[in-house]
Write a protein that binds this ligand. Structure first.
Ligand code: GRF
Length: 189
């Protein structure tokens, strides 16, 4: 690795298939950060990518988001991370991370923003009856799913689709689109 190369963290909470495809395609991931035990951690372990489990123990409405966000921020700084790619990370972070990493946190959303924001984007698109949905790679901001759009790709909704089948079709597209977008973004920072 060149010494001037910026360091990338990938954030996961779930199955980590995006992370897996990034690593399969040779993307240089400096750390994988997870908020809970998940398959994404196992993938990182298998590939010898350093793991930071910043364990979230409170999923109640009393969750101390600011304190949790500080822990995440400190972890990123301890690894001198420059860019974050959220890849199915299910904790909404507080504003302090955007003060430090603003414009350098990427996210992929499984719908064509600004349609179907939020956690149930695939379910909501299916329920609405749209014939085309897709994915959006964007800059993450304190407000969810509104940051600058970097890339989008459409995905058809097919008759008989379930949330799972549609999400899987979207993820196939995300695996390439997000990877390409991260690569181009890393070249600009
Ligand atoms: C992706 O569809 C992403 O858009 C959403 O979470 C999914 C992550 O999938 N935010 P995986 O955990 O990488 O399989």
């Amino acid at each position: 690795m060149q010494s001037n190369q910026k360091k990338l963290a990938v954030f996961v909470s779930g199955t980590g298939t995006l992370l897996e495809s990034f690593l399969n395609e040779g993307l240089n991931v400096d750390i994988v950060l997870a908020d809970r035990p998940c398959r994404g951690i196992d993938i990182a372990k298998e590939r010898n990518v350093p793991i930071e489990l910043v364990l979230r123990t409170d999923f109640s409405k009393n969750f101390d988001r600011a304190a949790y966000t500080e822990l995440v921020l400190k972890t990123l700084q301890s690894h001198e991370i420059s860019v974050v790619a959220m890849a199915g990370f299910n904790t909404v972070l507080g504003p302090s991370i955007f003060e430090t990493y603003g414009g350098r946190i990427l996210n992929t959303h499984p719908a064509l923003l600004p349609s179907f924001k939020g956690h149930y984007a695939v379910r909501d698109a299916l329920a609405y009856g749209v014939k085309v949905t897709g994915c959006t790679v964007h800059i993450a901001t304190p407000e969810i799913d509104v940051g600058e759009i970097l890339a989008q790709q459409a995905v058809p909704v097919l008759s008989g689709d379930t949330e799972e089948s549609l999400h899987e079709r979207i993820k196939k597209v995300e695996r390439t689109l997000y990877l390409e977008t991260i690569r181009s973004f890393m070249a600009t920072v």
